[in-house]
Design a protein around this ligand. Structure first.
Ligand code: SAM
Length: 273
């Protein structure tokens, strides 16, 4: 980074500290820059100075940045009611109808808790039907823009607290103790393919998908970008495939007209077969 850029970054960091009420000194500079870069990309600006003027003009952006800086948050079985609805209303049809050939995508997977939860609930669904042998037909793509998070996703090893919401039987059957944390079982890790992908690129890794989860990600995007991403998801779904958004995210635009609602509260949608 040039001296001028470094200076612009310091000025921006001071503005953020003052206006967002965050003590940025408590963040690692590398982590801070990475998070700010994610927001800059979402706003379509390339310099710290331009981003500072976006912050000046748009109060909502300050909120999003604050969220972005504090979102190292994800966990296994996050929002249990969503996973319970998925297991009750979606998975039985998916695994039987496709004889276990289920292709899923966790878009914005962070450190991998979500894609590994997908692998767990699919394994559970198959094993309860005596179809454990079909597990090798399952594929879960896990993508995120943040390469450091992806390294953790790849390792599949987590602190015990990451599983606080996980049903005990899933925890016991699909993870094992590893040092002071837990490791996701090898047979599940083998199903999850981790890759870097910026959703702004407008492409999916390996469509068509039977199940796409994109939760707590689009909330940080501007509306036109949200609309593009929603269209990408619908285009990437197989006929009869399902899309799940985060609990505070709402589908709108042309994508909304192309999907049927399965569960309004849990934000589960389906592409007609
Ligand atoms: C709060 S986490 C959500 C993790 C998980 N989906 C969940 O709900 O627990 C949001 C993730 O979105 C990722 N993200 C933000 N902008 C992105 C983009 N343009 N493309 C891909 N991932 C992005 C962030 O790096 C972060 O890991």
């Amino acid at each position: 980074m040039s001296a001028a850029e470094e200076l612009a970054f310091e000025t921006l960091a001071r503005t953020i500290s003052d206006r967002a009420g965050l003590t940025l000194e408590s963040y690692k500079p590398k982590c801070l820059k990475r998070r700010i870069a994610v927001r800059m990309r979402a706003c379509g600006v390339h310099t710290y100075r331009d981003y500072a003027s976006v912050l000046d003009r748009t109060p909502a952006e300050l909120e999003r940045l604050r969220d972005a800086l504090t979102i190292n948050v994800t966990r296994f079985y996050r929002n249990p009611e969503t996973w319970n609805a998925l297991r009750r209303r979606v998975l039985p049809d998916l695994v039987e109808g496709r004889q276990g050939r289920v292709r899923a995508w966790s878009a914005g997977c962070s450190s991998g808790e979500e894609p590994h939860t997908i692998a767990m609930v699919l394994a559970d669904e198959l094993e309860r039907r005596d179809r454990g042998g079909w597990l090798e037909r399952v594929a879960v793509d896990a993508t995120d823009i943040d390469r450091e998070s992806l390294l953790r996703a790849q390792a599949g090893r987590y602190r015990t607290e990451a599983f606080n919401e996980t049903p005990p039987d899933l925890l016991q059957r699909y993870t094992e103790a590893a040092g002071d944390g837990r490791l996701v079982a090898e047979r599940l890790r083998a199903l999850v393919s981790v890759a870097a992908l910026d959703l702004g690129e407008g492409r999916a890794p390996h469509p068509p998908y039977d199940l796409i989860l994109c939760r707590n990600v689009v909330i940080y995007f501007e509306r036109p970008m949200q609309e593009r991403v929603f269209n990408l998801f619908v285009d990437s779904l197989a006929p009869g495939g399902y899309l799940v958004l985060g609990k505070v995210e709402t589908l709108f635009g042309p994508a909304r007209d192309r999907l049927a609602i399965v569960d309004t509260r849990e934000r589960i949608y389906r592409r007609p077969a």
